[in-house]
Design a protein. Structure first.
Length: 352
């Protein structure tokens, strides 16, 4: 019977005599042909799912690793960019990955995504997966400190682009100007006449959250304003709501800069429950300028991140290394712009 239709039971483990495990060894272990192993290893169709699972199990048992270098020599290029991300839960990460995939497609490249769970995935397993990747370059949508915590060893010889300005100069970096975006938001609120600005920050240890908090704090300090305690959330609307209840309970809070639009959404709810109107009682600014920001009630003033431009620049930086281009910048910072809508206004008059 054709092994594409039905796999035979796996046989006793092949004896490779210490040499590199081959497709033939995997085929023997899985009870299929070498052609079937090749189709599974290269991600081609025409293989039953049951057969595919048996082949993958045999690869794992034998420690088989596809010979990416040989395949690259044969094909000239994989025309694939690997993307590593530590989370797919935030709008910013989703939009960034979407932008990378679109920009890569325009260049005739596909993308391979690896979610990295820095605290739960073993370094050896991640390294093995990276070694197996048939990619021309890697784009890391992950903060440097998380990469170091996971002890991930990047494959040698593969061009890397990091989307984190907290990285050292060992890699090419593309990132959004987090600091200036926060500065614009804070200056806008101060220009409306607010005495100071509260801040709902992102999680501690997050580089974007840190840079946004630094931009907010430094702008207040330069203006000689009091700096309220940082209220630290986790990027979610739920944390924005919990922290927002604390801000809403303080009558001195008339302006809040949120580290992202999702936390601003939670703040909206907290302020309304406390009977405080936006923007008559409290002005609110977010960060990201998501597509939904204009649909908030009232529409949310927010710092715009150009995810499409960031994705295009990251892909361009990766391919410049692949093609051996000279003169490419080691650090490429994408500017941010403040989009003013109806959630900000002058503070309420005294005695109101």
């Amino acid at each position: 019977m054709d092994d594409l239709a039905s796999p035979r039971p796996p046989r006793r483990r092949a004896d490779t005599g210490g040499r590199r495990v081959s497709m033939a060894d995997v085929a023997q272990r899985a009870g299929v042909s070498a052609q079937t192993v090749s189709r599974v290893a290269n991600g081609f169709g025409g293989v039953l799912e049951e057969t595919r699972e048996v082949v993958i199990a045999a690869m794992d048992e034998l420690g088989y690793r596809p010979n990416s270098a040989a395949r690259a020599l044969k094909l000239g290029s994989f025309h694939t960019i690997g993307v590593i991300s530590n989370t797919l839960s935030t709008i910013g990460d989703i939009r960034t990955i979407e932008a990378i995939a679109h920009s890569a497609a325009v260049e005739g490249y596909t993308t391979t995504l690896i979610p990295l769970r820095a605290q739960s995935e073993g370094a050896g397993r991640v390294y093995s997966r990276l070694q197996e990747l048939a990619v021309d370059a890697l784009i890391l949508n992950i903060e440097t400190q998380l990469l170091e915590r996971a002890e991930v060893l990047l494959p040698p010889g593969v061009p890397v682009v990091l989307m984190d300005t907290g990285a050292d100069d060992a890699h090419v970096v593309v990132d959004t100007d987090q600091f200036d975006g926060a500065r614009q938001a804070t200056r806008h609120l101060l220009s409306l006449g607010h005495d100071t600005v509260w801040h709902l920050a992102g999680p501690e240890g997050s580089h974007p959250a840190q840079r946004r908090a630094e931009g907010w704090r430094q702008t207040l300090a330069e203006s000689g304003r009091d700096i309220p305690p940082v209220l630290r959330g986790d990027w979610t609307a739920q944390s924005g709501y919990a922290l927002g209840r604390r801000a809403a309970a303080d009558p001195g809070c008339t302006a809040v800069f949120c580290a992202n639009d999702q936390m601003a959404l939670g703040l909206y709810r907290a302020l309304r429950e406390a009977g405080r109107s936006i923007p008559d009682d409290v002005s609110v600014v977010g960060f990201d300028d998501t597509e939904d920001a204009g649909a908030y009630d009232p529409p949310l003033t927010s710092v715009h991140q150009d995810f499409a431009d960031a994705g295009r620049r990251a892909v361009a930086a990766a391919l410049a290394q692949v093609r051996g281009a000279s003169g490419s910048p080691r650090m490429d910072v994408v500017p941010t712009t403040l989009v003013v809508r109806e959630s900000t206004a002058p503070p309420p008059s005294p005695g109101r």
